[in-house]
Ligand binder design. Sequence first.
Ligand SMILES: Cc1cc2nc3c(=O)[nH]c(=O)nc-3n(C[C@H](O)[C@H](O)[C@H](O)COP(=O)(O)O)c2cc1C
Length: 366
Amino acid sequence: MAGSTYGTLFKITTWGESHGAAIGVVIDGCPAGLALCEKDIQVYLDRRKPGQSKFTTARQESDHADILSGVFEGRTTGTPISILVRNQDQRSRDYGKIKDCYRPGHADYTFDAKYGFRDYRGGGRSSGRETIGRVAAGAVASKLLGQLGIKLTSYTRSIGPITIPEEEYDFSCITENKLYMPNNAYAEKASAYLEECMKNKDSSGGTIECRITGVPVGIGEPVFNKLDASLARGIMSIGAVKGVEIGDGFLTAGALGSGNNDTFFSEDGHIYKRTNHSGGTLGGLSDGCPILIRAAIKPTPSIAREQETVTRDRENTSITVTGRHDPVIVPRAVVVVESMAALTLADLLIVNMSSRLENLKRFYAE
Ligand SMILES: Cc1cc2nc3c(=O)[nH]c(=O)nc-3n(C[C@H](O)[C@H](O)[C@H](O)COP(=O)(O)O)c2cc1C
């Protein structure tokens, strides 16, 4: 299977299946000298781990990160960083029933059609557990970005029909509720909605937002590796993401140019924008304003409700999925979206260093 490697210079390769021995990532191209320990990675993994609330799968995994290489005496050495997380609470028998038929909304049918063989235990590589490698690498990328004064803030904006209006955001309470919502009252409403979904043997989708501050002007590589295009590609590669917006996103289609343009003004020799409809990118390059990304996450495909499907032998049948599945993916995907944004940005920042001759001269001639 090709397609497990992401990035140009800060490059990651994720590996492992949901019910295999372990899952992990190799990061190649991380500069030497970055202070890094397993705790830095664990903090990120803990944000996506299962078993944290009644809305996340009951699968209990400590998801402990082991750094196998690339770090010596607490600093990165510039060599490949290999991070491993052992799978612990696999119950492959839960998946016996779906061995021979396809879960609607999941990757079973397409994987089988493409490869003629699939790891049906938890979806193998198409499982949400595949994102562990991304998050471990995202922790390293975020640490690197932190050194440059770049900060990422991610949270759940909506669950089903419960959307927090922007003027009611309170970022200080994101970690106070299990849904990672920046408003506790809306988190309670969303919890009640999810309870209802669970009673009905159903699941819900939602949206995640990621805000990035401190990004200098000019990051992104026109034309195919524009900042917005790269962010969309990275985030769209996460399972269950069905849409990505930058700034006002789809709303711009109904706007007028006079309202959508972010007008400029100058102060103390610096150029600023009065508004940020563009979400921090212009021409595929960062424009110095906060970058705003929004991802739409579909409802969890594996649901306990009986649904029509087919067997591998093309017979009509029905299926109820009895394994342990989140009634909503959104809260656990918040850190995954943030990680893909961090990885994309870290890579483009490093690539950007070769954009001007004067940069090369400064590095080699001085
Ligand atoms: C963090 C995370 C956790 C997920 N957990 C589940 C789950 O418990 N059950 C499930 O059916 N799908 C889960 N998914 C979604 C599937 O992996 C995804 O829908 C499937 O691979 C099909 O891909 P697609 O939705 O991109 O078409 C999860 C995804 C993520 C990112």
